[in-house]
Design a protein around this ligand. Structure first.
Ligand SMILES: Cc1cc2nc3c(=O)[nH]c(=O)nc-3n(C[C@H](O)[C@H](O)[C@H](O)COP(=O)(O)OP(=O)(O)OC[C@H]3O[C@@H](n4cnc5c(N)ncnc54)[C@H](O)[C@@H]3O)c2cc1C
Length: 333
């Protein structure tokens, strides 16, 4: 049996909100280009728009498979069953999804159904010289890097946001759309959606997808305005330690760490954060770590690439002002 990842179709499940493609899906398409022939999978009652097709094509999708079903209200097992239709139709040996909470569960169901190897929370994926698919994961709060070769014929990989930068292909063609009939499979819904409450829309990127995250801890003493100011100057998201969320200074959805969200942005800025092991577990695989703390002995400095010893109420506004100045100078508004 050929190990998974041998040349062929790489199916990329496109995360989208309405007609807006989420950036991590474009990152997956970029990653898929080095693994085989990327083909996108679009789940939605409506077919992707012309603008979406252009965007997916520009990032390497040769074909877009339209699974005509509204995924809202579908449990991950049903989503996996619907995705299985596209996998079987294309004969794809590799399926990539964005490593979100729901997608990880759907990945497990899909991998089980396909008897495929499964890797979730991958921070990288590549093809070895022998054609095997190799994934990279961060383990034990980012202190170990784990490389795994998938040995089964098929592989399902959930890749974390920001694992690779999204890059466009020069002169890419607009992909064709292949509709698939999933009505029968989709009918096997195991939950009925009774009510839906939309989260308030924030101008900021979502915490798990953001390339930049500015985090406030106990040192903020409850005032997150300067943390938010820097996050906005950098176009990033706002996160928090458990102390800050337990105090009610910010919602629990902002908590980063062992019992919160795991993030791996390109840039993490921690202000008034000590760097406790429970917090590190959710951020240690960030690309560049900047710490602002008035205690030079704070543990976060052990893992920081750049450290500023100082009072955050003095440092944060200065950094934000400098970022704004540099962005204005570079014409980034
Ligand atoms: C089972 C379990 C699970 C947990 N899960 C999580 C989790 O998921 N996420 C998480 O974050 N924590 C978690 N915790 C809590 C964790 O152990 C720490 O208590 C918490 O991360 C500390 O938050 P902090 O850094 O904001 O506060 P502190 O540890 O109190 O640190 C505050 C820091 O701010 C600095 N400071 C104070 N004033 C200023 C100032 N004006 N300017 C600059 N710096 C200043 C101080 O020097 C200090 O280093 C968990 C704990 C347990 C037991």
């Amino acid at each position: 049996m050929t190990p998974s990842g041998s040349e062929g179709v790489v199916l990329v499940v496109v995360d989208h909100q309405g007609a807006t493609v989420r950036t991590p899906a474009l990152e997956l398409l970029t990653a898929a280009r080095s693994l085989g022939r990327p083909e996108a999978v679009w789940l939605g009652a409506e077919a992707p728009s012309a603008a979406v097709l252009e965007q997916l094509g520009a990032h390497g999708a040769a074909v877009v498979h339209h699974l005509g079903v509204d995924p809202s209200g579908m449990l991950p097992a049903s989503v996996a069953a619907v995705l299985g239709v596209a996998v079987e139709a294309t004969g794809a040996r590799t399926v990539l999804l964005v490593s979100t909470f729901e997608n990880k569960e759907a990945s497990a169901h899909l991998a089980f159904a396909l008897q495929a190897g499964l890797v979730v929370d991958a921070a990288g994926v590549e093809r070895a010289d022998d054609g095997a698919l190799v994934t990279v994961q961060q383990a034990f709060a980012g202190t170990w890097t784990l490389r795994s070769a998938v040995t089964t014929d098929r592989a399902v990989v959930a890749l974390k946001a920001n694992a690779v930068p999204a890059e466009v292909v020069d002169g890419a063609a607009v992909p064709s759309v292949v509709p698939h009939d999933v009505a029968v499979v989709a009918a096997t819904r195991d939950a009925e959606l009774l009510q839906r409450t939309e989260r308030p829309v924030s101008e900021r990127p979502s915490l798990t997808e953001a390339q930049v995250v500015v985090v406030g801890g106990r040192g903020t003493n409850g005032d997150f305005s300067q943390v938010e100011e820097l996050a906005d100057a950098l176009g990033g998201a706002v996160g928090a330690t458990r102390v800050a969320t337990d105090e009610g200074w910010i919602g629990h959805e902002a908590q980063i760490g062992q019992t919160g969200v795991t993030i791996s942005p390109r840039l993490y800025v921690g202000a008034g954060v000590s760097g406790a092991v429970h917090h590190r577990g959710g951020m240690q695989s960030s690309g560049t770590i900047v710490a602002i703390n008035n205690d030079p002995e704070a543990p976060i400095f052990e893992i920081a690439d750049y450290g500023i010893v100082g009072d955050l109420t003095t440092v944060l506004p200065q950094v934000a002002a400098e970022v704004r100045r540099l962005r204005a100078e570079a014409g980034e508004g």
